[in-house]
Each structure stands twice: as C-alpha cells, then as structure tokens.
Design a protein around this ligand. Sequence first.
Ligand SMILES: NC(=O)c1ccc[n+]([C@@H]2O[C@H](COP(=O)([O-])OP(=O)(O)OC[C@H]3O[C@@H](n4cnc5c(N)ncnc54)[C@H](OP(=O)(O)O)[C@@H]3O)[C@@H](O)[C@H]2O)c1
Length: 259
Amino acid sequence: MIAIGFIGAGKMASAIINGLDKDKFNIQISGRTLDTTQKTAHTLGIKAAASHTELIESSDIVVLAVKPHIIPSILAAYQINKPLVSIAAGMTLSDLEALTTSKQPLIRVMPNINATIQKSTTGITRNTNVSDSTFATVTAIFESIGSVHELAEKDFGTFTALAGSSPAYIYMFIDAMSRAGVLHGMPKDVSTKIVAETVLASAEMLLSSDLNPWTLVDNVSSPGGTTVAGVVSLEQNNFVATVIDAITATVDKNKAMSN
Ligand SMILES: NC(=O)c1ccc[n+]([C@@H]2O[C@H](COP(=O)([O-])OP(=O)(O)OC[C@H]3O[C@@H](n4cnc5c(N)ncnc54)[C@H](OP(=O)(O)O)[C@@H]3O)[C@@H](O)[C@H]2O)c1
C-alpha cells in the first residue's frame, strides 16, 4: 500500500483525505501541534505522525499542505528525500527547486475549492526528477477528489483563474439570475435553487456532447423567440467582454503576486 504523508492538515488536506480510499492508501498527517493533529486524524480516520520527521521517514510521497509562506521554513528544517507534492497557490516548481536539492522529485498540484465535495478540477505538473509511475500515483490520488488536468507550468496562472477563482464568478452569475427571479416575483431560495440546478445540468450537457457552447446557445434560441431576446441583451451589455476582462484581471493579479 502506498503511504502518503500530509504536512499540514487544514481545509484542503482534509478535503483530499476525505476523498481518498483508506484501503488503497496508508495516510498520515503532521500538523503544527501534535494535539490538534491527533484530533484531526481521529476525525478523518487516519494516523497522526508524532513529528514531521516520523511522517517523512514512513511516507512514500509527502504532500505539503501548509500555506505558501510556511513552506520555506519546512524545507529548510527537513530533508525530504521522497517525491514531494506541493498544493501551495502561486508557488512555482522553480520556487520549490530553489528550496530543495537538484535531485528532488517535485510535483505541483492546484486543486480547487470543490475538493470539499470531491469534485475538484485539479491542475498538475512535475519537474524532470519525477518518474512516470510516481506521477501516475499522484494523479490517481487527486483523481479521487475530481478531475485532473496535466498542464504546462506556464498555464498555471490561467488555470488558477479558470478553475480556482471562477467558482466565485459562477456564484455571482447564479446570484444575479436568482435576483432577477426575485424581481419578477419568485422567492429567492426557490429562484436560487432553480438557477443552480440549471447551471449544473447545462454544464453536464456541454461535457456530455461534442458541441461547442455557442452551438448549444443557438439550439436554445428559436427564431424570434424569448431566449434570443435575452442573448442579444447580454451581448449589447458586453457580457462576453466583461467576463474576459474579469479573467484577465485575475491572471494579471496572479502574475503580479508571483513576481
Ligand atoms: N483552500 C483552498 O481552496 C485551496 C485551493 C488550492 C490550493 N490551496 C493551497 O492549499 C494549502 C493549504 O491551504 P488550506 O486552505 O488548507 O489552509 P489551512 O486550512 O489554513 O491549512 C493549513 C494548515 O497548516 C497548518 N500548519 C501551519 N504551520 C505548520 C507547520 N509548520 N507544520 C505543519 N502544519 C502547519 C495549519 O495549522 P494551524 O491552523 O494550527 O496553524 C493548518 O492546519 C495552501 O498552500 C493553499 O495555497 C488551497
């Protein structure tokens, strides 16, 4: 059985561990304090390591699941001679390489908040020290909590906007539509549920078909009908350009924060 050790056991580590098959993976955690680590381990049904050193020695793969600013001190204090996975937002493979030896196998992973319901859309990349079998194992770990996309590292910033930040924009869209439902006389909770279900089913429809989104828009828009009136109104109010601007602002902010 593959042993996975998580250094840091907060929200994201707990979400990942909740999705992992405990019969397939031997999982342990090591947090900031032993007392809290033991409580978290008990809740998650896994083992608490007595120390980071014990965890590193007994793991095949180590996942760094602490906030990015904590990582340099951990990598300075501990020699992690195992494949190392980082889920730290904004921390590149080069940043991690600067903190480790030249032989360190490094995998950078970016899950999103939907990991909490085992539906993360996750980006993954690796340095040249990572074997194909280790990469396949780490990919399988993150497939336990959703879908995984191997990316060129240069695309991580864009991925972070499209998958990491976009849930916020999607919630804004859902809220705007349900508010419109309220304007036209429907209770907010009913309206929100209807819109959320429609967004979910529309995404499923798109993923299950070979059609591109605009063809699906055309399919719903009958000539002279109600839907095309709304489509034209969205276009007149710069819907597409507004969304693209929001993603560009997110990508630009990510770049500025990484420099
Ligand atoms: N949350 C997300 O949606 C999301 C998405 C993608 C990536 N990420 C990345 O995931 C990582 C973890 O984020 P999170 O949201 O899970 O944060 P979190 O809930 O704050 O978890 C971080 C954990 O690290 C622990 N910790 C602090 N110092 C430590 C140390 N020296 N050794 C071991 N553990 C230590 C903290 O313990 P204390 O609370 O006791 O300090 C806390 O339990 C971050 O790098 C973040 O960028 C998060």
